[in-house]
Design a protein around this ligand. Structure first.
Ligand SMILES: O=C(O)CCC(=O)C(=O)O
Length: 295
C-alpha cells in the first residue's frame, strides 16, 4: 500500500486509498500515540510477578461449595457447621480457634467475674503449702458455671466448646475466669494430675480450653516450653517464658490435650502464662475431664 500526497484544490491531502484532511490525520496520530503508550505500559507489567492476596479460607472448605446435611441421629444436628481452627502443634495437641467468642460475650464474662475475684489457688502436692508455692500462680480468679449465669452467654460458649471438642458438656468443670495484672504469671505446670505426685485420681483432666477475654498490650502469652519435646530436663526453670507462645487476643480460643488417647499424660502439655508486661490479661479456662463432673 502506498501513501501519497496529492495537491487537491490547494490543500494537501493524504491519499491511502481514501482522502484524509489534516485535522483527521492529527487526531489519528494522537490515538495511535495513546494506543502505543498504553500497550507499552501493559507489556512492561508482564514481567512483574503478581502478588495474589492469599485468602485465609479454611483449607477443606471450597468456595461456593454447598454441603447437604445428612439425616441425623436423635442426638445429632440438622445443619452443617464450621468452627475454623488451626493446628498449632501435635506435641502437645494444641488448636487455635480464631474469633471463637464475640466482643460482647467477652465483655460480659469479664463483668460477671470482676466483683468476685480472689487470689488464684493451686492443687497442692505432698509437702507443698500455700506459703511455699507463693509466686507460682499470681493471678486472681473466680469460678462460675453456665447454670449460674443468667445471661445465657456461658451456656452458648460451653455448648460451642463441646461441639469443637466433641466431649460432652457434662465433662467440663465450671469456668475459671482469671485476671492477670502487670507482673502476674502462672509458672509452667500440668493441668492433669500425675497420680505419682497427687495420689490416685478418680477423674482426670483430658483437655483445657482457654478463651481469651481481652487483648494484652505486651506479655501474658500462654506458653508451651516443651513443645515438640524441647528442652526437657530435670532442672528445668518453670518460670521461663519460652517455647511455643500464644498471644492472647480477645475472643480467640486455645484447646490443648493433656492426655494421650491411651490416657497417659503428654509431657509436652506443660504450659503456663508468661508475665503480663503491659496491660491486663483476662482469660476463661475450662478444664475437661474423662469422667462426668458432678459439680
Ligand atoms: O493463663 C493462661 O494463659 C494459662 C492458664 C492456665 O495454665 C490454666 O488455667 O491452667
Amino acid at each position: 500500500m502506498k501513501l501519497r500526497v496529492n495537491k487537491v484544490g490547494g490543500n494537501s491531502r493524504w491519499r491511502w486509498g481514501w482522502k484524509l484532511g489534516l485535522p483527521a490525520v492529527f487526531v489519528l496520530c494522537f490515538f495511535l500515540f495513546l494506543a502505543g503508550f498504553f500497550a507499552s505500559i501493559l507489556l512492561s507489567q508482564e514481567d512483574v510477578p503478581m502478588v495474589q492476596p492469599t485468602p485465609r479460607l479454611p483449607e477443606s472448605v471450597g468456595v461456593g461449595v454447598e454441603f447437604d446435611p445428612l439425616p441425623h441421629g436423635e442426638t445429632g444436628e440438622s445443619f452443617i457447621t464450621s468452627i475454623p481452627f488451626q493446628i498449632l502443634s501435635w506435641k502437645p495437641r494444641a488448636l487455635y480457634f480464631p474469633h471463637f467468642a464475640t466482643v460482647e460475650q467477652c465483655q460480659s464474662m469479664i463483668k460477671m467475674a470482676k466483683a468476685q475475684l480472689a487470689p488464684s489457688t493451686l492443687a497442692l502436692r505432698e509437702g507443698e503449702t500455700a506459703e511455699n508455692t507463693k509466686g507460682i500462680r499470681t493471678s486472681s480468679g473466680m469460678f462460675i458455671s453456665a447454670s449460674e449465669d443468667k445471661t445465657g452467654i456461658l451456656d452458648l460458649i460451653e455448648e460451642k466448646i463441646a461441639r469443637a471438642t466433641m466431649i460432652p458438656r457434662s465433662h467440663g468443670e465450671a469456668f475459671n475466669i482469671l485476671r492477670y495484672e502487670i507482673g502476674q504469671r502462672y509458672n509452667s505446670h500440668y493441668d492433669a494430675f500425675n497420680p505419682a505426685e497427687y495420689g490416685p485420681q478418680k477423674s482426670q483432666r483430658i483437655a483445657s480450653f482457654l478463651l481469651y477475654l481481652s487483648d494484652v498490650e505486651e506479655g501474658g502469652e500462654t506458653m508451651f516450653p516443651f513443645e515438640n519435646g524441647l528442652p526437657m530436663d530435670l532442672n528445668y526453670d518453670y518460670q521461663k517464658c519460652v517455647g511455643l507462645k500464644m498471644k492472647p487476643r480477645r475472643g480467640d480460643g486455645l484447646l490443648f490435650y493433656s492426655l494421650f488417647p491411651n490416657g497417659t499424660i503428654d509431657v509436652t502439655s506443660l504450659h503456663g502464662s508468661c508475665p503480663v508486661i503491659a496491660g491486663q490479661k483476662w482469660v476463661a479456662t475450662k478444664w475437661i475431664r474423662n469422667q462426668v463432673q458432678n459439680d
